[in-house]
Design a protein around this ligand. Structure first.
Ligand SMILES: [Zn+2]
Length: 411
């Protein structure tokens, strides 16, 4: 309610607007999420570098009450706002300036949008204030950041319990185990919200490609009538890795497919590839890719706290051996099927490494890298509707093949 009062104080205090304001307030109480989410806009972001400090400015169409805290290892400043529209003149995800080495923003969970400022070294917020509209400038949230020690960062920027509430699940999970007549396929669009994933040569975000392909695969799976299909996310929202695994297990998944796009320092590198879980990486590049994909929670500004081991420690136990065999079978079904006619394949297109998102012990899981968005030609190809439809159809054909052969083997 304090937010509503603060927002109303921004309007001219004559009777008509007051009445209008009360009506708005009433509507907001009835439907708090949808009404609040549509109003607030971030209109621009600026970073100013000064001697000894860096100023971070967010321009908004209204006042906000931010929640600001720091997370160590790596050092990050996290700024949470109510859900906003990022209505910027241009995308600003990527390079920072001054003490901010990188900047990201996006939806963190329903009702909360987040900025994550990566710091090159420990730094703390020395000043934070809101400026009212003035001289043609809109509302501004201003943060000054100055260098400090690690100990002081941890002491002064520590998140309170309220700063790191449990993530809200994007997909409701049934409390009783499901009895599924049809195989359950969980399709996971990688990254999302405050975690853009890789950024392509022309600025395309991996999170968008992942979601577009996931939606197409889901559409085709549903149209076949053969499967129960669950998406881990169906909007541009952040989802912690272990939530993806949890959604998969809670849905009683028979197969989990995580969709991504890759980058490589060498622009000429291109091709589709499939990854399965292994505690020993098949090669250095697969290990590096897994390390990068596993950083999603750090990138999203999640306080890893007591579950960092859970995310980082990928050991395959006995129970996973059978699951892993099936994951490898699905990877093979993908690569020997139609995919190779609709896409070029990476050299050695099946690889394995310790991907946190693949570690449900009882769900056969693979991660596909649809192609390289660091390759200009492949990036252009990946965003075309034709390629999306063909490649998704080829993947769905591999799902059919997988269930046809595993089910007949089980009889
Ligand atoms: Zn990815």
């Amino acid at each position: 309610m304090s937010l509503i009062l603060k927002r109303l104080s921004g309007y001219a205090p004559h009777a008509a607007s007051l009445v209008y304001g009360l009506v708005v307030a009433f509507v907001m109480v009835v439907t708090p999420e949808s009404a609040a989410a549509q109003d607030l806009k971030v209109q621009d972001i600026r970073i100013g570098v000064h001697a000894g400090s860096t100023r971070f400015v967010v321009e908004l169409n209204d006042s906000v009450e931010p929640r600001i805290f720091g997370l160590p290892d790596p050092f990050r400043v996290v700024i949470d706002l109510p859900e906003v529209d990022f209505d910027l003149p241009e995308e600003r995800i990527g390079d920072g300036a001054g003490l901010i080495s990188k900047l990201r923003y996006g939806l963190f969970r329903p009702g909360t949008s987040r900025f994550v400022l990566d710091l090159a070294s420990p730094a703390k917020v020395t000043k934070q204030f809101i400026l009212k509209p003035d001289g043609g400038k809109p509302w501004r949230l201003v943060l000054d950041i100055a260098p400090t020690t690690r100990a002081d960062f941890i002491a002064s920027m520590r998140p309170s319990a309220a700063d790191t509430p449990k993530p809200v699940l994007a997909v409701p999970i049934p409390t009783t185990p499901r009895q599924n007549a049809r195989p359950v396929v969980v399709v996971d669009a990688g990254h999302g919200g405050v975690d853009p994933g890789a950024i392509g040569v022309s600025g395309v975000y991996e999170k968008k490609i992942a979601l577009d392909y996931a939606r197409e695969v889901v559409r085709l799976l549903k149209a076949s009538g053969k499967y129960e299909v669950v998406m881990t996310r169906n909007r541009d929202i952040f989802l912690p890795l272990r939530e993806r695994v949890r959604i998969s297990r809670a849905a009683g998944a028979d197969l989990f497919l995580s969709m991504h796009a890759n980058t490589h320092p060498k622009r000429s590198t291109r091709g589709f590839s499939v990854y399965t879980l292994s505690d020993r990486a098949s090669d250095k590049e697969a290990a590096a890719l897994a390390a990068l994909e596993n950083k999603s929670d750090v990138i999203g500004g999640v306080n890893l706290g007591n579950y960092s081991d859970d995310v980082q420690n990928i050991l395959i136990d006995f129970a996973q051996a059978k699951t892993n065999e099936l994951s490898v079978k699905f990877a093979r079904d993908i690569l020997v099927g139609q995919v190779k006619t609709s896409a070029s394949l990476l050299t050695r297109p099946w690889r394995s490494a310790g991907f946190a998102v693949l570690k449900a012990p009882d769900v056969p899981s693979v991660l596909v890298e649809l192609g390289y968005i660091s390759n200009p030609r492949e990036e252009r190809l990946l965003v075309t509707r034709k390629h999306r439809q063909e490649l998704s159809a080829a993947i769905v054909e591999a799902v059919d093949e997988y269930f046809k052969t595993t089910q007949s083997a089980a009889l």
